[in-house]
Design a protein around this ligand. Sequence first.
Ligand SMILES: [Zn+2]
Ligand SMILES: [Zn+2]
Length: 357
Amino acid sequence: MSNLPSTMTGAILPGNSTVELRQFDVPVPGNGEVLIRVKSSTICGSDIRAIYREHLGKGPEGYQGVIAGHEPSGQIVRTGPGCRRFKDGDRVIVYHISGCGVCNDCRRGYMISCTSEKYRRAYGWQRDGGMADYLLAEEKDLVLLPDQLSYSDGAQVACGFGTVYEGLEKIGISGNDAVLVTGLGPVGLATAMLARAMGAPLIIGTDISASRLALAKDRGLCDHVFPSSPDNLAQVRALTGGNGVEKAVDCSANAQARLTCIQATRKWGKICFIGEGGTVSFQPSPDIIHDQKTIYGSWVTNIWRMEELVERLVRWNIRPETLITNRFPLDQVSEAYRLMAEGNCGKVAVVFDEELK
Ligand SMILES: [Zn+2]
Ligand SMILES: [Zn+2]
């Protein structure tokens, strides 16, 4: 067993758009737990929305002043007693919500919606997360990271790519589909990347940020990009024989963009809402009922689908880490959150050891 330090640095988010670095004891794994050397820990839009600027979250998004970061990937350096599958040296992704394990949602693998008030604790929200040198995790929350993927690929799967894959599986993407993606932040870019891998030959993206539009276009993730506007409906129809796309995914949470998703989807098409918060209004009869459309909501994913996704990423030969535009060491974590809050970037990661590049 490697010699580990007794203390470590971790980042706390006080809720005033700053980050505080503090010293903590390195945790000792108990029964069914492992200690992970964090290698990559990415920042999520939800961290900015519900914690960094102010502590807005309630319930599952209630931040308890713990070490931040719910998108961690790393290597097990100490395995507690009673672990059944994982061991020292394993490269792992942490599914970011630890559930009770025995409620109906947990038994479906959706720990995200665990109904136990006492035992449901999300990493980086109600229990210590990945913005630290080490992370204590429960073995049941781990997904094995294939050797072909980097830790930064893994961190991206922990929340964003897992969430996107779930939404795309719900609406089903194939080579038949033109896909509209509204909102080209990290989740929207991941949507375009996975939709392409699943066969979509035509991907159209919209966003308010010129730099994000450019990123999506330059990297070949979207075939066409448009600044968000009421013209988007006509623009999408013009590219799809006047019919609209077969599938649309909203990653923006913006009311106008959601309406565009609904209206720019053709008859019998499917729409998925992934972006959190906000509102939308539409006219049920002309907008969905008469055109036989279905709207899906999708929240995170289940743990078996996350295992399936890492296998598929290897098969498709795609690398989520290519969406990371900025990497920072832990001592520059303030800069990482500030950049992500500004929004003129792709994904932002705090990285360690071999991931520092
Ligand atoms: Zn996240
Ligand atoms: Zn549960």
